[in-house]
Design a protein around this ligand. Structure first.
Ligand SMILES: [Fe+2]
Ligand SMILES: [Fe+2]
Length: 476
């Protein structure tokens, strides 16, 4: 397989698209529909901006990206799969040890299509959620990062649409069209998953979203990167290289917000939220409430605690676990158990279920371990400023809408509480409309090179080692 992307074709690719005329025609028919969607639902008012973006030019580990000014509608969205590993075998489930599939096995067709469509739907959804944020960017650097994330989510949509067109015939093409017609937050035709219908109204939400919700993407993609259906494994492996930057945008964005808040707190010698707000920064309590919201909404994305679908996806070799290859069990999991939480006598207690049925929870728990790391790094920023406040991820049963825990009220520290206690405290635990109004009041547009909004510190280094006052976006 050619590792270099062919840019001489209308649709850049490393899958020899030119040798399959029918597929090429089908995708060339979808391409203008995608561009129409981008014009309608992509970043607001950005069509003529020249943006300093990276574009994938190869799937080699080093040197896969090239930087340069691009108008986003001219971004080279394309199809890039990691190279075939000859002799690969399925690593888990009932087909373990058999050769990987290059085509969709008939009996798994419906499940695979569902997996691909569900993943594909999140990609344009997040672009829609973020489309107004460019108008309130805190700096050119941040604006560029937002646009980078947006074009790569667009490319992730391409990655899934390629699989639908190449492997699922007519219904695949229909699904590819439907991916451009659903709309985030639309009452009649919403996106498939809950968190992708929430608003991303301000930049603190964006940073929380890219830290927490793009990390859900990382875990879903990592599980699909193990798939016995090799084209899906190879395409998600490459998507993961792009995803890393999205999470960096989130982690560093929240970190810089906290850094600025701490600086203000030390300047005014106060931890009073009202005074911090008056000084143009976001108080740590509000940051904690945003964290609680985005964390809990994202934890729901992993689905029901017990799921026969999750068992079927695993046993049939379609979707593995995070880092399947590093685990030392039998990779079949029949007879293995896993601990879930439920309520007995007014308390949250653990109980055991067959692990195959609990694979959503396994992935959720792996996600939780991974997301805690960044929160600890944020706390280091506060610690360095010699302030006593610490951020904390809430208990995984807090503010759940999906699974057995959706039926109970749980405090951030994991106590089962009454409806009355919930009502009395939820304004302390989740962003209030007043918090959101305050945060959005800070969202002025800062676009002078090297300048930053009052509520956020500058980054440590520029993108692609550019200087602090680099003109990441040129407005036309
Ligand atoms: Fe994505
Ligand atoms: Fe992403």
């Amino acid at each position: 397989m050619d590792r270099t992307v062919n840019y001489s074709e209308k649709i850049p690719n490393n899958v020899s698209l030119g040798e399959d005329r029918a597929l090429q025609r089908a995708l060339e028919h979808w391409q203008p529909e995608f561009l129409n969607w981008w014009r309608d639902m992509g970043p607001d008012g950005s069509l003529n901006h020249d943006v300093y973006l990276r574009t994938a030019v190869s799937v080699e580990r080093d040197g896969w990206a090239q930087f340069g000014y691009v108008k986003m509608p001219e971004y080279r969205w394309g199809i890039f799969l990691n190279p075939v590993q000859p002799g690969n075998t399925i690593r888990f489930g009932d087909h373990k040890g058999q050769p990987v599939w290059q085509d969709v096995p008939g009996e798994h067709r419906a499940n695979l299509r569902r997996i691909i469509v569900t993943q594909g739907d999140t990609e344009p959804a997040s672009v829609e959620q973020q489309r107004h944020l460019g108008l309130t960017c805190p700096s050119l650097y941040d604006l560029r990062n937002l646009f980078q994330v947006n074009v790569e989510e667009g490319r992730h949509l391409w990655a899934m649409v390629y699989l639908l067109h190449r492997h699922f015939g007519r219904d695949g093409r229909e699904e590819a069209e439907a991916l451009l017609t659903r709309r985030s937050g639309d009452a009649d035709n919403p996106r498939i998953l809950g968190a992708f219908n929430e608003k991303t109204p301000d930049w603190l939400s964006l940073f929380m979203f890219t830290y927490f919700t793009d990390r859900d993407g990382k875990f879903q993609l990592s599980a699909l990167a193990e798939s016995g259906f090799e084209p899906l494994a190879r395409t998600t492996q490459f998507m993961l290289t792009e995803e890393a930057h999205h999470m960096f945008v989130g982690e560093s964005g929240v970190s810089r917000t906290i850094q600025r808040t701490c600086q203000v707190m030390n300047e005014i010698r106060s931890d009073d939220p009202a005074k911090i707000r008056a000084a143009g920064a976001i108080d740590l309590e509000t940051i904690q409430r945003y964290l609680n919201f985005h964390y809990s909404v994202t934890v729901d994305l992993f689905g029901a605690d017990q799921s026969s679908n999750a068992a079927a996806f695993y046993s049939s070799g379609l979707k593995g676990r995070f880092e399947e290859g590093k685990r030392t069990d039998d990779h079949v999991l029949k007879g293995a158990n896993y601990r879930l939480l439920h309520v007995v006598d007014g308390k949250l207690v653990e109980y055991e279920v067959p692990m195959l049925n609990a694979l959503n929870e396994v992935l959720r728990d792996d996600y939780i371990k991974d997301s805690v790391g960044g929160v600890e790094r944020w706390n280091k920023v506060i610690e360095k400023a010699a302030l006593p406040f610490r951020l904390k991820v809430p208990h995984k049963a807090f503010h759940r809408k999906i699974g057995a825990l959706a039926e109970v009220r749980v405090s951030p520290d994991g106590r089962l509480i009454s409806e009355a206690e919930w009502n009395a405290n939820q304004d302390k635990w989740l962003p209030t409309s007043e918090d959101r109004a305050f945060v959005s009041s800070l969202m002025g547009r800062v676009v002078a090179p090297g300048k930053f909004a009052s509520w956020i510190a500058p980054p440590l280094t520029g993108i692609n080692r550019q200087p602090a006052d680099f003109e990441y976006v040129r407005f036309n």
